[in-house]
Design a protein around this ligand. Structure first.
Ligand code: GDP
Ligand code: ZN
Length: 329
């Protein structure tokens, strides 16, 4: 075991004072945050060298979050562990801190992907909600994978037809039945080696699929349901469950994408959150085309020709109006 493997790790839980860090050698330690990290400024190590690669040295108000990769130091005398450095983040899921004005709270860092899960039926899939989840993930720079569970209730072909436009937009879509063990291998492969957040309405089978794939994970059914998380997010932060070996990767239990919302997203940036619109926008006649009533709009043409789905376009228009209304408030 190299020494480095003990001294680098990922934050798996904690809020405020004590953090649990899973070191790269798979040992878990409790660590506190080094005081000097909380301050802004220096950007220097104790030996005077410059910490070039730390976000903390650039952003004084940066707060540690579950999912952060950190460097650990051990106090020789007492043997206590301290977090001495936060390594640069690949991504973060942030939401506005209730009652703190502009303040944002980092819910989790370094998520590779969002698994957005709906059921083919029972509960009926809600496409507007699915589109909203996808936008929130895109706005946070997190790739999405769609899982449509309970396909045995409508038949796999019907489910595939219903969500074909998401595949056309470029999203990977998995069709599963936990009950009949359909499509589970594909989801397992998608989760393996990645840090994923799982989102979706309650009752679609999020806990069921994780328990079917990783019995060792021991998630309680409904534990990760957003409805359950509602109301407790102020006291319970995110929790990272490393996948049992041989799968590397982890599933992060958080209040979910719905809680994060679309706050602060300028309505002009919504184009970037719909991949099929994003790829067309340069072909519109006006470069500030809002894809509404403008002549020569490539997006509306594509809707007319059926290459962009009418329903996705309607979601786009609705979300845009919602964001615009929010910004004029
Ligand atoms: P969650 O709230 O998203 O975590 O959903 P759960 O995992 O708690 O599942 C909700 C209900 O759906 C439970 O009664 C499950 O047994 C059931 N369920 C899960 N997967 C399937 C499936 O593939 N087909 C059917 N018919 N029911 C399922
Ligand atoms: Zn346009």
């Amino acid at each position: 075991m190299t020494e480095d493997a003990r001294l680098l790790g990922v934050v798996v839980s904690g809020t405020g004072g004590a953090w649990r860090v899973l070191a790269d050698d798979r040992t878990e330690v409790e660590a506190s945050m080094r005081g000097r990290l909380k301050k802004s400024d220096t950007g220097r190590r104790a030996d005077g060298s410059i910490r070039r690669d730390t976000v903390a040295s650039r952003v004084g108000r940066l707060k540690l979050a579950v999912g952060d990769r950190v460097r650990l130091e051990q106090d020789d005398a007492a043997g206590a562990w301290a977090i001495s450095e936060i390594l640069p983040r690949k991504s973060q899921l942030a939401r506005r801190e209730p009652g703190h004005g502009q303040g944002e709270r980092i819910i989790a860092a370094n998520l590779d992907q969002a698994i957005v899960m709906f059921a083919a039926a029972n509960p009926e899939p809600h496409r507007r909600m699915l589109d909203r989840f996808l936008v929130i993930a895109e706005a946070n720079g997190i790739a999405s994978i769609i899982v449509i569970n309970k396909v045995e209730l409508v038949g796999e072909d019907v489910a595939r037809a219903r969500f074909a436009d998401y595949e056309r937009a470029g999203y990977p879509v998995h069709y599963t039945s936990v009950k009949q063990r359909i499509g589970l291998d594909g989801v397992r492969a998608a989760l393996s080696g990645k840090v994923s957040v799982i989102s979706g309405p309650s009752g679609v089978g999020k806990s069921s699929i994780l328990n079917a794939l990783f019995p060792g994970l021991g998630l309680r059914v409904a534990e990760i349901s957003e409805s359950v998380n509602k109301g407790r997010h102020t006291t319970v932060g995110a929790f990272m469950h490393p996948l049992p070996t041989p799968d590397t990767g982890a599933v992060v239990d958080t209040p979910g994408l719905r809680e994060v919302g679309m706050w602060g997203l300028p309505h002009t940036r919504l184009d970037d959150c719909f991949p099929e619109i994003h790829t067309l926008r340069d072909e519109c006649k006006f470069n500030d085309c809002a894809h509404g009533t403008e002549p020569g709009c490539a997006v509306r043409n594509a809707v007319k020709q059926g290459t962009v789905s009418q329903e996705r376009y309607e979601s786009y228009t609705m979300l845009k109006a919602e964001l615009a209304a929010e910004q004029t408030k």
